[in-house]
Write a protein that binds this ligand. Structure first.
Ligand code: FAD
Length: 325
């Protein structure tokens, strides 16, 4: 089997769960190899090997971190080009953040290949080549795409699969690159770390509890936060709640907010406007609390409660406590 390159997401050196998911998916149609754009932290290399990365390519050049996505594309294209020469590249997997999708699209152009973004799964086709699975139009359609030519480049959403260990002793290869001036066109001048909330990162979280205008005020987000903390979940909000100043924009889910794809999405007091669905429609299980039985969000829900969230959510919390005690 040929190699599958996985672009590692490891802010501050810590490999994110989404990368381990990509390594797990890569094993379905090839031999995973990880591309790391920073110094090779031994713990990170060990972790990548534990999830099946046979080779870890390390591009330890500040340019890969100090500029926007172009140097990352240079680095991936260089490693991919080397493998392609020996006919040893089955595909490239990246995450699904805006930057990662940008990288995937640019890389596909460089490789003369196709790209699929927002994949919710990657399967091995009958011919052993990958089939990218997308969920479209509020999860009404499942789209399976094959790549008839070129190297498949697929940007995969978080929580597509549960990471599975497949330990190997990875070979570490340092890669030297001279980045093009064009690639250094936009420098990152500062970074502001996200304020630690103690909750998981919204876009990675496997459980999200979100509130909307139906909460009626900022203070009612305490109900959402309580359930979120009981479930180890991230907190999300509709745009109506954010625009009202009840919760920060960094938590907004939807077309003009973040895209989430958790195993469980609990929406309380959210009507389910198309722009909101755009950010959560690939959630695996959707639970809804809404007092209007005709609210469109019920079309997406697996379980729904028609009722006042101010009464339902506290009972929900009590029931979780009761079952855990
Ligand atoms: P509403 O639509 O007002 O729904 C509130 C719901 O709460 C209702 O269904 C109601 O029945 C229920 N409710 C009320 N009281 C209670 C109660 N006590 N208990 C239980 N249920 C109750 N929206 C986003 O969310 N994200 C986006 O990224 C986004 N981007 C947009 C981009 C554009 C260009 C545009 C035009 C719009 C965008 N919107 C976005 C806005 C979107 O169209 C909706 O207006 C918004 O999602 C509505 O938020 P909501 O569901 O919280 O509020």
């Amino acid at each position: 089997m040929s190699h599958v390159l996985v672009l590692v997401d490891a802010p501050e050196g810590e490999v994110r769960k989404s990368t381990l998911e990509l390594l797990t998916l890569a094993r379905r149609f090839g031999r995973p190899a990880a591309v790391v754009l920073q110094a090779a932290d031994p713990a990170a290399v060990e972790q990548l090997g534990r999830y099946g990365a046979e080779t870890v390519y390390v591009v330890d050049d500040p340019a890969a971190r100090d500029f926007l996505v172009a140097p990352t594309v240079d680095a991936l294209a260089r490693v991919a080009g080397g493998l392609l020469k020996s006919g040893d590249l089955a595909g490239v997997l990246t995450g699904s953040s805006p930057d990662a999708k940008d990288v995937a699209a640019r890389l596909a152009v460089r490789l003369g290949s196709g790209v699929v973004t927002d994949a919710v799964n990657v399967e091995a086709g009958d011919d052993g080549r990958p089939v990218a699975v997308q969920s479209a139009f509020a999860a009404s359609y499942v789209v399976r795409s094959r790549f008839p030519a070129g190297v498949p480049v697929i940007a995969v959403k978080p929580n597509a699969v549960t990471p599975e260990e497949a330990p190997v002793e990875p070979a570490v290869e340092q890669v030297q690159i001279s980045f093009t001036d064009l690639g250094k066109g936009a420098r990152i001048t500062s970074r502001t770390p996200r304020e630690a909330s103690g909750r998981p990162e919204l876009t990675d979280a496997s459980v999200v509890v979100a509130g909307g205008r139906g909460l009626g005020g900022a203070e009612a987000f305490a109900l959402i936060e309580r359930v979120a903390d009981q479930l180890g979940a991230a907190v999300g909000a509709s745009r109506a709640a954010v625009d009202a100043g009840w919760y920060p924009h960094s938590h907004q889910i939807g077309q003009t907010g973040k895209t989430v794809s958790p195993q469980l999405y609990l929406a309380a007091g959210i009507s389910g406007a198309i722009q909101h669905r755009a950010g959560m429609q690939t959630s695996k299980t959707v639970v809804v609390v809404n007092k209007d039985p005709d609210a469109p969000i019920f079309e997406l829900s697996d379980f729904g409660v028609v009722g006042d969230l101010h009464a339902v959510l506290p009972q929900f919390s009590q029931e979780i406590d009761r079952r855990r005690s």
